[in-house]
Design a protein around this ligand. Structure first.
Ligand SMILES: C[S@@+](CC[C@H](N)C(=O)[O-])C[C@H]1O[C@@H](n2cnc3c(N)ncnc32)[C@H](O)[C@@H]1O
Length: 197
């Protein structure tokens, strides 16, 4: 996973999304820490959480390189975040919600730990609006879940965010270059915590 997601088109998307990160940031599904080089000078502290201990040795090597912000890592699940309400200015999820079940619960948790009007930055693959591609995604998802650690190809990411206590303020959808269309339909955007929900 680390090799496959470390270069090519992934790098440009990480850079573009993470330039919006600032203050105290939480990254869910931080994995091997591939986003670390893309956090800019406005980030004061990074908290990361991931349930998979297999990722942590590579992550540790990356964090040992030293970054100009404090880093705090925890093992845990995005559906039950071990942080107090309104702890973070920004929450980041990159190619993670596909593996989180139920993702709606994780979105509620993200909203809970964000400060009022805090930002959720996301880039996720999910269900294509093209019927042929969507059909293949639905057929392949049971196999994908088994071979790729619970990853679903067919989550309707923008609909899930719309039904959560977060409001999308910017969204781009596209097929990622150099990725098969069934795995590459992408939602990249920013959502904000709503204070009246
Ligand atoms: C495809 S990897 C992406 C890793 C990283 N976000 C990146 O952009 O390189 C998906 C990550 O989600 C993590 N993950 C799976 N289930 C999770 C859950 N319930 N809560 C938080 N993270 C989870 C996995 O352990 C893995 O690190």
């Amino acid at each position: 996973m680390d090799l496959g997601m470390s270069d090519g088109p992934f790098t440009g998307y990480r850079q573009k999304l993470l330039e919006h990160a600032s203050g105290h940031v939480l990254e869910i599904g931080i994995g091997t820490g591939l986003n670390l080089p893309f956090y800019g000078p406005d980030v004061q502290k990074l908290s990361g959480i991931d349930p998979n201990p297999g990722m942590s040795s590579i992550l540790k090597k990356r964090t040992d390189h030293g970054y100009p912000f404090e880093i705090d890592m925890k093992q845990g699940d995005a559906t039950n975040l071990p942080y107090a309400d309104a702890s973070f200015d920004v929450v980041v999820s990159t190619w993670t919600l596909c593996s989180v079940t139920p993702a709606g619960r994780a979105l509620e948790e993200i909203a809970r730990v964000l400060v009022p009007h805090g930002k959720f930055l996301f880039i996720e693959h999910g269900l294509s609006p093209d019927r042929g591609v969507g059909w293949i995604q639905n057929v392949l998802t049971p196999v994908q879940k088994c071979i790729a650690d619970g990853c679903h190809l067919n989550k309707p990411i923008s609909e899930m965010i719309a039904s959560s206590p977060l409001e999308t303020t910017s969204l781009e959808t596209f097929y990622m270059e150099k990725v098969p269309r069934f795995g590459g339909y992408t939602f990249m955007g920013i959502a904000q915590k709503q204070t009246d929900r």
